[in-house]
Every structure is written in structure tokens, then in C-alpha cells.
Design a protein around this ligand. Structure first.
Ligand SMILES: NC(=O)c1ccc[n+]([C@@H]2O[C@H](COP(=O)([O-])OP(=O)(O)OC[C@H]3O[C@@H](n4cnc5c(N)ncnc54)[C@H](OP(=O)(O)O)[C@@H]3O)[C@@H](O)[C@H]2O)c1
Length: 284
């Protein structure tokens, strides 16, 4: 499940490896509890492995029981990792998952919202209600449910960090991405909104926007039980020659900024978006 090394179309040079050599970061240690929604996916499993290696206790979620189970086995590096099958588009399932974590470990320090699905790329007139509901409920509403449930636990310690994972698609428009892009744009605004509303409780809320790394992101109508089909969540990938750093991202590249936002190094950082795209977003 945890893949290291170059991604498809990526350059062979790996410049960091947070999975095998995690940093020591203030505020992330064996007492920490981090919930990673979508933790059974590509970016999430790399995060979970790094956090476990740092000694933190980690809960990962996803819809496919097999995938969650396989991921728990492959990412456990020290700190305990538990896998929970929960659909983020169900507030009842989200509440149960967060209750389980809070009862088991007595706290929640960090929440990483990665759970997402892709859209159909259909023209507006052809987009079905079911796609609108599925993509918005997973990519946006799910993050609201998770933030609501986790914030009530974080408030007890007057401390917490929520990282919402958006996308270049939430900023730049690719034709006919009717549901994915707007959901990601709204997710980033949710971070800003919550940074204002939760700041007084010591809870920071930020966004990380990855570049483009082919993963198994499922489309809205694909069952989580299907064999993975590697696809590019953004469609039309930026060619490496148009990326200032000259290569597409590795999954490891996204871990460091997420760890930073979770840690006390970012104790005065809230309401921001961090681009992690090799500079692709600044190129005209
Ligand atoms: N890879 C990239 O280049 C890239 C670029 C920009 C943004 N992103 C964003 O980064 C995040 C992670 O992407 P990834 O590349 O790691 O994709 P991934 O491997 O497909 O991971 C997605 C995760 O979300 C879970 N998930 C999907 N729908 C869910 C639901 N309704 N309830 C609970 N869990 C659900 C999936 O598990 P199940 O299918 O088993 O539920 C999986 O664990 C996403 O938010 C994506 O939009 C990725």
C-alpha cells in the first residue's frame, strides 16, 4: 500500500523521504492522536506511516474494509495505527469514528481531511444529481462533519490542528469539472471560515493543495471494492517541463507540509493554503 519512489511521469530523483526517516517535530510525539480521513489512500497512507514512525497514534479511515486493513498492516511503524471503515458522507458514521478514537485514546490532536472522489468530467447538462450529491457530500460535506466532530474533542484541550487537502482543481479551471473543482474551492474556504470560528479554542485550520500525482482516486460512481485503476485526479496533467522544479510530485512530497501544519512549528499558522506543486501554480 505504501509506495515510495518516483511516481509515474516523475523524475527519478527523490529529494525527501518522510516515511523512512521522519523528522522530529515539536507537538508530534507518542502522546499525539491524529485522525486521517482517507488515510487508506495514497497520500494518507504515506502520512500515516510517517506519523506512526514518529510514535503518534493514528486512526485511518476509508470505505473499503480490505483497503483499510491492508493499509493498517503496511503503515504501522511504531505508534499504534487503527483502521476504521467509515463513509465521510454519513454524519452518523463520522461521529461514530471520532467517538471511537476519543474513547480509545482520550484526545484528538490532528485531523487530516483527504477523503475524496473524482467527478465524471461531463458537460453541465449531463451531470446527474447522484454525481453532484456524491462529490459534494464526500469532498466538502464530509470534511465539515469531521471538523465538527473532532473540534468538539479538540476544544477540551484548547488545542488542535485541522488540515483540509484541496487541489489545484480548486483554483484553476479545467473544462467540465463541474463538481470536483467547486467542491475543492469551497473546502479551502471552509478552512478559512473555521480558522476564524475555532481560533479562540486554539484550533488551527489550514489547507494543503497538492500538485498532480497519479493515484487510485475513484470516480463518483466507482465502488470502493473495485480493483484500483491508477488515474490522475486532476485530468490533463501539467507536463514536468512546465513545473519549475522539473518533475511531478511524489506522495512523500505532500507529507512534510501536512506534518508541518499538524505540528507546533505551525502554532501561529491558521487560515492559509500551502501549495505543494513544485511551483506549477505560479506558471502562466
Ligand atoms: N494525487 C494527487 O495528485 C492529488 C492532487 C490534488 C489533490 N489531491 C487530493 O488529495 C487527497 C488524497 O488523494 P489520493 O491521491 O491519496 O487519492 P486516493 O488514493 O484515492 O485516496 C482517497 C482516499 O479517500 C477515501 N474515500 C473516498 N471516498 C470516501 C468516502 N465517501 N468516505 C470515506 N473515505 C473515502 C478512499 O478510500 P475508499 O475508496 O476505500 O473509500 C481513499 O482512502 C484527495 O482529497 C485528492 O482530491 C490529490
Amino acid at each position: 500500500m505504501v509506495q515510495t519512489g518516483p511516481a509515474k511521469d516523475g523524475d527519478a530523483m527523490v529529494t525527501n523521504d518522510y516515511v523512512t526517516k521522519p523528522p522530529v517535530l515539536p507537538g508530534i510525539d507518542e502522546n499525539s492522536v491524529v485522525l486521517i480521513a482517507g488515510g487508506s489512500g495514497a497520500i494518507g497512507s504515506h502520512c500515516a506511516a510517517a506519523l506512526s514512525k514518529m510514535g503518534a497514534r493514528v486512526a485511518i479511515t476509508g470505505r473499503s474494509q480490505d483497503r483499510v486493513k491492508e493499509c493498517v498492516q503496511s503503515v504501522t511503524r511504531g505508534g499504534e495505527v487503527v483502521g476504521l471503515v467509515a463513509d465521510v458522507s454519513s454524519s452518523a458514521q463520522v461521529n461514530s469514528a471520532v467517538e471511537f478514537v476519543a474513547e480509545k485514546w482520550g484526545r484528538v490532536d490532528g485531523l487530516v481531511n483527504l477523503a475524496a472522489i473524482g467527478d465524471s468530467g461531463r458537460h453541465l447538462e449531463e451531470v446527474e444529481d447522484s454525481e453532484i450529491a456524491a462529490v459534494l457530500n464526500t469532498n466538502l460535506v464530509g470534511a465539515m462533519y469531521l471538523a465538527r466532530a473532532c473540534a468538539s474533542v479538540m476544544k477540551q484541550r484548547t488545542k488542535g490542528s485541522i488540515v483540509n487537502v484541496s487541489s489545484i482543481g480548486g483554483h484553476r479551471v479545467t473544462p467540465h469539472r463541474i463538481t470536483y473543482g467547486p467542491a475543492k474551492a469551497a473546502l479551502e474556504h471552509l478552512s478559512r471560515q473555521l480558522s476564524v470560528d475555532l481560533g479562540r479554542y486554539g484550533i488551527r485550520v489550514n489547507t494543503m493543495s497538492p500538485g498532480q500525482t497519479p493515484s487510485n482516486l475513484r470516480r463518483f460512481n466507482e465502488s470502493p471494492g473495485l480493483p484500483p485503476i491508477t488515474s490522475d485526479p486532476e485530468g490533463n496533467p501539467t507536463p514536468p517541463k512546465r513545473i519549475p522544479l522539473g518533475r511531478r510530485g511524489f506522495f512523500e512530497d505532500y507529507v512534510g507540509p501536512i506534518l508541518f501544519l499538524l505540528s507546533d512549528l505551525a502554532s501561529y499558522v491558521t487560515g492559509v493554503n500551502i501549495w505543494v506543486d513544485g511551483g506549477a501554480s505560479v506558471v502562466r
